[in-house]
Design a protein around this ligand. Structure first.
Ligand code: UD1
Ligand code: CA
Length: 488
């Protein structure tokens, strides 16, 4: 990770991620910061970016929906500290809650938001480095945008120095015309921040304690304040509703696809390829259109995935191919092939160069090296040995309505088409099962199992019982009913 390597250049005492707001415009029972983009909650993106600066303390301020948000953090980011803001009295108050949680803090403190998913660790590293190089007490990350509506405006003095941040609702017409906006991401000197926070008032149009007022307070105390302007305004955009969630999700997906391409993955149609944020893909793998690679998926090199394939929490080894299939919680071995139109469920484990063909469902089963399940099968709770072939339409009947039971198929076994293997049952090494068998008893090595009714043909039945039909005529034309050598 180049982010974390560069992080060592600036020592950051703390990153505070604000995530206490209600997010009412999401119209959701789920707290805003837990809504996913690119397969991960907004808060995951914020915490991941924050972690890239390797801060001594990483604190998330929770408030609205804090049970759910707190539980998410405890489960997925156990080293992150939580500060509680009971009432949302403003961004300045939120930061004060974080400082109260950490105790006295000196050195550089960064502040970011939990609902800004495109901000990168690299940008935070750059902000911290710029802040320290400039020996600022406050450095504000700003962006120049076409439509600044809703944002705090960056107000500069005659010499172009940062003077104050004025909120949209408090701004006059001249200030509203300013297109340089406050991203809401800052670097502070911890001591200056702590002191200024004690002096914030809520004498503004929203009756809140604005973090933005720290800028003018620091300036009036003659502390140096400055800005860093990003040319990638998308990095500063927050999610307020589900329209923005989708828009930023698309931008994020574009970035993930591009990163994959630049690392050696061929993506035939980036606009029809969907990658979750933690997916890993090896070199010279080809992603065909309609491919979704979801959280937890790791793909080797020289694979071909797609078209129209979803892999969720799957591990795919080198040189494997998955065509038009849906796979979750599965492992696909080196050189194995899946599809078209197959469904691998959790615990499907495909050995090296094994084949799962068309319209096959596999659950919690191991398919041995070079073993094949080529057509139209359900295989569940089963182990298949090396080199075995499972004929078209074979079903493992693993469920009796109460219990699930296991099926074992040995090495180099041959299961004839349309067989039903009723579990629990063991098919030993080198066994043949006759097509159409319903196997209920174990089969010993080298045996042939035939478990079906013996065929009986009723001589001339059609000629007698379907006389005059097309079948009758065809049968007669083919010689049925005429005397044969044996009749004479
Ligand atoms: C804030 C900035 C504004 C900036 C904009 C960028 C202030 C006063 N204004 O405005 O200059 O352009 O962000 O997006 O800071 N939050 C809390 N507790 C609170 C209030 C907010 O945790 O009491 C969190 C929210 O969950 C959210 C973030 O802080 O993640 C920003 O809050 P929000 O109310 O959206 O601030 P803006 O009005 O957008
Ligand atoms: Ca906002």
């Amino acid at each position: 990770m180049p982010d974390s390597e560069r992080a060592t250049s600036a020592v950051v005492s703390a990153v505070i991620v604000l995530a206490a707001g209600a997010g009412t415009r999401m119209r959701s029972s789920v707290p805003k910061v837990l809504h996913p983009v690119a397969g991960k909650p907004l808060l995951w993106h914020a915490v991941t970016a924050a972690a890239a600066v390797r801060p001594e303390h990483l604190v998330v301020v929770v408030g609205y929906g804090r049970e759910q948000v707190g539980q998410y953090l405890a489960d997925h980011h156990p080293t992150v500290r939580q500060a509680v803001q009971d009432e949302q009295l403003g961004t300045g108050h939120a930061v004060a809650c974080a400082l109260a949680e950490m105790g006295r803090i000196s050195g550089t403190v960064l502040v970011t938001y939990g609902d800004v998913p495109l901000l990168t660790g690299a940008t935070l590293v750059e902000l911290a480095a710029h802040h320290q190089r400039s020996a600022n007490a406050v450095t504000v990350l700003t962006a120049d945008v076409v439509d600044p509506t809703g944002y705090g405006r960056i107000v500069r003095d005659e010499s172009g120095q940062l003077a104050a941040i004025v909120e949209q609702k408090d701004a006059d017409d001249v200030q509203r015309a300013i297109t340089e906006i406050n991203s809401g991401v800052y670097a502070f000197d911890g001591a200056v921040l702590a002191d200024a926070l004690t002096r914030l008032t809520s004498a503004n149009s929203q009756g809140e304690r604005y973090l933005t007022d720290v800028v003018s307070l620091a300036r009036s105390d003659d502390h140096p304040v400055g800005t860093l302007t990003t040319d990638d305004a998308a990095q500063t955009e927050g999610v307020n509703d589900r329209v923005q969630l989708a828009e930023l999700g698309k931008v994020l997906n574009g970035r993930l696809v591009r990163d994959a391409q630049l690392s050696g993955v061929t993506v035939v149609d980036p606009s029809a390829t969907y990658l979750h944020a933690d997916v890993v893909i090896g070199r010279d793998t080809v992603l065909l259109p309609g491919t979704s690679l979801e959280a937890g998926t790791v793909i080797g090199s020289h694979c071909v995935i797609g078209p129209e394939t979803t892999l969720s929490d799957c591990r795919v080894a080198d040189h494997a191919a998955v065509v038009r299939s849906h796979c979750t919680g599965s492992t696909i071995g080196p050189g194995a092939s899946v599809g078209p139109y197959s469904y691998l469920r959790p615990g499907a484990d495909l050995g090296e160069k094994s084949k799962v063909g068309a319209f096959v469902e596999i659950k919690k089963s191991f398919i041995g090296r070079r073993a094949k399940v080529p057509h139209l099968s359900y295989i569940g709770d089963t182990t298949i040995g090396t080199g075995s072939n499972v004929g078209a339409g074979t079903i493992t009947a693993n469920y009796d309505g109460v219990l699930k039971s296991a099926t074992t198929i040995g090495e180099n076994a041959f299961v004839g088409s349309n067989s039903t293997l009723v579990a629990p049952v063991r098919i030993a090494d080198g066994v043949y099962v006759a097509a159409g068998s319903t196997v209920t008893n174990d089969v010993e090595p080298g045996d042939l199992a035939v478990a079906r009714g013996r065929q009986r043909s009723v001589k001339g039945w059609v000629l007698r019982r379907r006389e005059g039909t097309a079948s009758d005529r065809s049968a007669r034309a083919a010689g049925a009913g005429s005397p044969t050598a044996t009749d004479v």
